[in-house]
Design a protein around this ligand. Structure first.
Ligand code: FAD
Length: 489
């Protein structure tokens, strides 16, 4: 068996891995090697399929301006950018995880988020405005999410690769880690398989950034429950969880919600793995997140969740589960013209829609009993509180009265034809069960002590429970990746 010794090994080739590798190199690591299981054309993990928005603490417009130096002043002035504070971020994390998130790690994530995103800018990552809705000419963002990387997730990955290569970091593709060498006190290296053979790569520090287990059908069935093996995987097919398994077998402590995962409504026609990208490569065209502007019914024609509970950024990661729980794991998002005017054109194309001039005709085309859908819509329309004004820029309190399930905000009557239906299913993004780390990103063993030399960042961490505030994954990656790179030397 060939053996080689390097300074720092980073397992994975996604955004967390690049952040850890660049941080390690910047902090003085001599030879940093990234091991990416995917072949070069498929490198980069989940970020390839995302626009990679970042949720981070900031003080408002003047600070965000630092990330958008090339944006013309007149466009920038249209952007409504209130501060997003540590208190806001912490409250969001605690609320959506039902207060189960590890308080220490949540504090680390919140407190380090601003510095970490500024660090990305300092090392050369370029930014552009995130998605917004336009009302009276002003651009309104989801709370806390104002920027993403230029070129979306692919853009971020290409930028990272260029920075990493310039810094002398070596990226080995088609290099699958099949063994962790060491024990639950210290790590010594990893076993690597590539198309020509296998070898042991030794180092005093190993940073695990190999993602979740969402692309492993057997593990989904084992941990996430009935029919989870049938879920569509929105991101990389390479995230199959074997490194997580190896770490647990070494004696690492598990953490996070092992029966939980981020699952969102996606186009029912999306492929089983790797949802398609938008034509400009910035994010995913299968996303169906605008359910707050209409109603969602199952194949029986019945509503089954509160489409207006909160901004979609606080509900979308659990709504995929609600859809999967319906007969056949499918549902239909239904909009009238008022809702259609608010849909994102890059995700809700007219070609993908089923359209009709009446609700009964729409039902027939979709395959729902027309009398039931017409009854659902009539009942919904009667329950809408017409005295409250509709306002898509904030939870507007325009709700339904005496209706179960209630719609808490943005409840407009569905009465302006032609109507549209979009068929959706639930797609899994990443799993919530993973490894426990401490504030320094060191992996903890089952006795609660750090395993010397072993660090982790990204979806392999067990951090979230039940739900997730959108765009926290990328921020978690850079916070813990940067800490891992700094502390592992
Ligand atoms: C469609 C979509 C949209 C998203 N949008 C956003 C967003 O806007 N904002 C946000 O914050 N998050 C978003 N996310 C989530 C976010 O992309 C992920 O949380 C994040 O990319 C995880 O990063 P990671 O580096 O931990 O894992 P990944 O990016 O998945 O990378 C894991 C890497 O490990 C490699 N690997 C796996 N096993 C091995 C092995 N045995 N040996 C070597 N390498 C291995 C994989 O090939 C891959 O390169 C989105 C995800 C998807 C799928």
């Amino acid at each position: 068996m060939n053996t080689e010794k390097v300074g720092v090994i980073v397992v994975g080739g996604g955004s967390a891995a690049f952040e850890a590798a660049v941080s390690a190199r910047q902090n003085g690591a001599e030879k940093v090697v990234m091991l990416e299981k995917a072949p070069e054309p498929e490198f980069g993990g989940n970020a390839r399929f995302s626009h990679t928005g970042f949720r981070f603490v900031h003080s408002g417009a003047a600070e965000v301006r630092e990330f958008l130096p090339d944006l013309d002043e007149s466009t920038f002035r249209l952007m409504h950018i209130p501060p997003y504070t540590k208190v806001d971020f912490m409250a969001d994390l605690k609320r959506v995880t039902q207060n189960r998130i590890n308080q220490e790690l949540a504090e680390t994530l919140v407190n380090e988020s601003n510095e970490a995103v500024h660090w990305m800018r300092d090392v050369g990552i370029k930014w552009e405005p995130a998605n917004f809705v336009v009302v009276d000419g002003r651009h309104y963002f989801e709370p806390g999410i104002v920027i993403h990387t230029v070129g979306g997730g692919q853009g971020q990955l290409f930028q990272w690769r260029e920075i990493a290569t310039r810094m002398g970091i070596e990226i080995r593709y088609e290099s699958r880690v099949h063994a962790l060498l060491g024990n639950d006190r210290r790590i010594e290296g990893v076993g690597v398989s590539n198309p020509t053979g296998e070898y042991d790569l030794l180092a005093d520090a190993v940073i695990l950034c190999s993602g979740g287990f969402q692309a492993n059908t057997e593990m989904r069935a084992r941990y996430l429950g009935p029919n989870a093996d049938l879920m569509k995987v929105r991101g990389s097919k390479h995230n199959t969880g074997e490194v997580l398994h190896l770490a647990l077998a070494l004696g690492a402590k598990s953490s996070g919600h092992w029966q939980g995962a981020h699952a969102t409504p996606i186009d029912a026609k999306a492929p089983d793995f790797e949802s398609p990208l938008r034509s400009d490569g910035r994010g995913n065209s299968a996303n169906r997140y605008s359910y707050q502007y209409g109603i969602t019914v199952n194949s029986l024609g019945q509503r089954f969740f509160d489409e207006g509970e909160a901004h979609h950024s606080y509900t979308y990661a659990k709504t995929g589960w609600a859809v999967l729980g319906q007969p056949g794991g499918v549902a239909y998002q239904i909009f009238d013209q008022k809702g259609i005017r608010l849909l994102r054109k890059d995700r809700y194309s007219a070609e993908d829609a089923i359209e009709a001039s009446s609700i009964a005709e729409l039902a027939r085309k979709v395959g729902i009993e027309p009398a039931v859908l017409a009854h659902t819509v009539d009942e919904f329309n009667r329950a809408v509180r017409e005295t409250v004004n509709f306002d898509p820029t904030k939870p507007d309190g325009k709700c339904t009265a005496d209706l179960n399930p209630r719609k808490s905000n943005w409840a407009n009557r569905i009465d302006e034809p032609p109507f549209r239906a979009y068929a959706v299913t639930g797609g899994i993004t990443f799993t919530f069960g993973g490894l426990e780390v401490n504030r320094s990103a060191q992996v903890i063993n089952t006795s609660g002590h750090p395993i010397r030399g072993l660090y982790a960042s990204g979806d392999i961490l067990g951090l979230f429970y039940h739900n997730y505030p959108s765009c926290t994954g990328q921020t978690r990656n850079v916070v813990f990746g940067r800490l891992a790179g700094k502390n592992c030397l």
